[in-house]
Design a protein around this ligand. Structure first.
Ligand SMILES: [Mg+2]
Length: 219
């Protein structure tokens, strides 16, 4: 896959999703609020191990690399971390594009989930963990994004999209601020999972897991 193709796929999907948003109208952003809570920091980043060239980003390679991190690193950690929550309101924060949904790989509505991430989120949710989504997607596609996530099986405790003031902030700072907001609402973010460096820098999570973006080729 070339970078050009990846870009055009993203553009195509964005166009469809925006069209859907305009067609159905309205936006809905949720973020549950509660009492102030603890702030957890320190990130242990699991780096992808393989391909960097655009033409090497094929679906099977990507899936294998995602599974290596989610199934072999994130899952054992979540199992252990959720075994005894000690009264904490635990949360996981997920990026959306190419972390929760297969945005750059399949053209479909609803967009397909990234299966290993979906399964991990469902497991965590069953153990009482709230699943929050923090995305750079614009507010205009908030409603179809939430619909998409729920349609393919995600539990959505809160969805943070970028509204007008957020567009003037760099993505890493915006995402970090939203994680801080989730913590302020009383949650302990036990894991933050994303595929871009801007998803996981800035702390405000006990542990971070970096899925591959192959040098920025995946959004
Ligand atoms: Mg992404």
């Amino acid at each position: 896959m070339t970078a050009g193709r990846a870009r055009s796929r993203r553009l195509g999907m964005t166009t469809v999703v925006v069209a859907l948003a305009i067609g159905v109208g309205g936006t809905a952003t949720t973020a549950t609020a509660a009492t102030p809570g603890t702030t957890a920091t320190a990130a242990a980043t699991a780096a992808p191990s393989s391909a960097t060239a655009a033409e090497k980003v094929d679906y099977e390679t990507w899936q294998r690399d995602v599974r290596a991190i989610i199934d072999e690193q994130a899952r054992p950690y979540i199992e252990e971390r959720t075994a005894n929550p000690s009264g904490q309101k635990q949360a996981i924060v997920l990026d959306i594009d190419n972390t929760s949904l297969e945005t750059d790989f399949r053209f479909a509505l609803p967009q397909h989930p990234v299966e290993p991430v979906l399964k991990l989120s469902q497991y965590a949710h069953e153990r009482g963990v709230a699943i929050f989504f923090v995305t750079a997607r614009p507010g205009i596609i908030s409603w179809p994004t939430e619909w998409n996530l729920e349609q393919v099986g995600y539990s959505v405790a809160g969805l943070y999209v970028r509204h007008l003031p957020d567009l003037f902030q760099n993505v890493a700072d915006y995402k970090t601020a939203k994680r801080a907001e989730i913590e302020k609402n009383g949650y302990t973010i036990i894991a933050n999972i994303g595929n871009s460096a801007t998803d996981i820098s800035g702390g405000h999570a006990e542990k971070s897991f970096k899925l591959p973006d192959y040098d920025g080729q995946l959004s």
